[in-house]
Write a protein that binds this ligand. Structure first.
Ligand SMILES: C[S@@+](CC[C@H](N)C(=O)[O-])C[C@H]1O[C@@H](n2cnc3c(N)ncnc32)[C@H](O)[C@@H]1O
Length: 196
């Protein structure tokens, strides 16, 4: 059962962390002070590890901030990517629509991703940090997988893992029921849930 307090508190937390004041820095709403090229290149590496033969890929970032990660993938991948993003911070979604993804404005939605309707499914790849989920909401992962064509790519940052005393993103309780392949990097941990 969805505990609204959990998401409302998270929303207030991120709003005060990323949007305490108006600013022009496109990295802040994603939790970075400077452009995180190395971090975003890990996502690119994971994406390119798939056997990709289609000519169009729909990628959904659940908790997309202002879409900077998606923009990095779009600009640096050899794949033709159509970006989709959901975030519950209005200012971040406005930046995605007005600055970073003008051509794809209607693909960016402001809501709690728990309530997202996945209206453009199937998505080839979905990015999701399980740290943002209530750990008893396994059905949500099942729902995400249902709307995914190739794989759900879970990720989290090592400072989060360190705080939780986990070694890998796979150790989040909500991911325990699933068979996952993991990729570990110095700053990031990834786990892939393949669509059979
Ligand atoms: C660290 S930022 C990551 C942004 C982007 N994915 C990236 O890697 O650059 C995490 C984002 O997730 C969003 N978020 C967290 N929980 C969410 C939820 N339940 N629904 C929608 N957005 C959420 C926050 O507002 C924040 O913008």
């Amino acid at each position: 059962m969805v505990n609204d307090d959990f998401y409302q508190n998270n929303r207030l937390f991120y709003k005060s962390k990323y949007w305490r004041c108006e600013h022009q820095n496109l990295c802040y709403p994603n939790g970075f002070l400077n452009y995180p090229k190395k971090t975003y290149d890990y996502f690119l590496e994971v994406l390119h590890s798939f056997d990709t033969t289609n000519n169009h890929y729909k990628i959904l970032d659940l908790g997309c901030g202002n879409g900077l990660l998606l923009k990095h993938l779009l600009d640096n991948s050899y794949l033709e990517i159509e970006p989709f993003g959901v975030d519950f911070l209005e200012n971040s979604i406005l930046q995605a629509k007005n600055l970073l993804h003008k051509e794809f404005q209607s693909n960016f939605i402001c809501c709690n991703f728990i309530d997202y309707d996945f209206s453009h499914f199937p998505y080839d790849f979905v990015f999701l940090d399980p740290y943002h989920l209530q750990q008893n909401e396994v059905e949500f992962i099942t729902k995400v997988l249902k709307h995914t064509k190739t794989a759900v790519i879970f990720y989290t940052y090592y400072d989060v893992l360190e705080n939780l005393k986990y070694n890998s993103v796979k150790e989040f309780p909500i991911l325990k029921p699933f068979m996952l392949d993991s990729f570990e990097h110095q700053e990031m941990s990834f786990a892939i849930l393949h669509k059979k």
